[in-house]
Design a protein around this ligand. Structure first.
Ligand code: MG
Length: 206
């Protein structure tokens, strides 16, 4: 598949591999015909652009949820800290200005609705059925498990649950995304339909 990525794309910061991005796009293209999509963990909008481009083709929407203050590993002194995103006022990173610029430059403002909040808080008030949920938020067990528990039941039958950073081998990366992937499979509510690098695509079957 040849995706025509926006001109600004090479400047968009993020951790989404191009093959994983293409898989997200393909899945979102099928999903978004039926209902909106939720992304948990947008950072600077790289994966949001793949999802948003698919939604745009179907006149659908991706709700992009992120508190935009970064995960632990994005803060000062950690491996994935980016000083360009540092906010003097809060002492944490702030990825929202960069996110907005990237979505605007990609012409996706009518296909992406940013929600600047914690995913746990948003989930308490969420009533819209979803065709796809992409979990790419906090990597602590607490955060990852909460995202699975709070959001997986909002996926419609036949819809998709995508999980990023799933590393079966602990040497390759942290375990919580892998643990919630296993929980989703053992729940029998989801079956795996595709796997590209650290991205798993599950489909709701019951
Ligand atoms: Mg990720």
């Amino acid at each position: 598949m040849n995706i025509k990525l926006p001109n600004n794309f090479s400047r968009v910061k993020g951790f989404m591999d191009p093959m994983e991005g293409e898989c997200l796009y393909r899945t979102a293209l099928i999903a978004s015909e039926n209902a909106p999509i939720v992304e948990i963990g947008s950072y600077c909008g790289k994966s949001t652009i793949y999802l948003g481009m698919a939604c745009k083709e179907n006149n659908s929407i991706v709700f992009a949820i992120d508190h935009h203050t970064g995960s632990e590993e994005n803060q000062v002194g950690w491996e994935y800290h980016d000083s360009e995103l540092f906010d003097d006022e809060t002492g944490r990173i702030n990825s929202f200005p960069s996110f907005r610029r990237n979505i605007r430059d990609a012409n996706l403002e009518a296909s992406v609705i940013p929600i600047v909040s914690s995913s746990a808080l948003v989930s308490k008030f969420w009533t819209i059925d979803l065709s796809m949920v992409f979990i790419d938020g906090g990597h602590s067990m607490e955060a990852a498990k909460a995202d699975l528990d709070n959001w997986s039941d909002k996926v419609i039958h036949g819809g998709f649950l995508a999980i990023h950073d799933v590393f079966p081998n602990p040497d390759d990366g942290g375990r919580p995304p892998y643990e919630i992937y296993k929980l989703a499979i053992t729940s029998k509510k989801f079956k795996e339909v595709e796997s590209v690098k650290s991205l798993k695509i599950l489909q709701r079957v019951s």
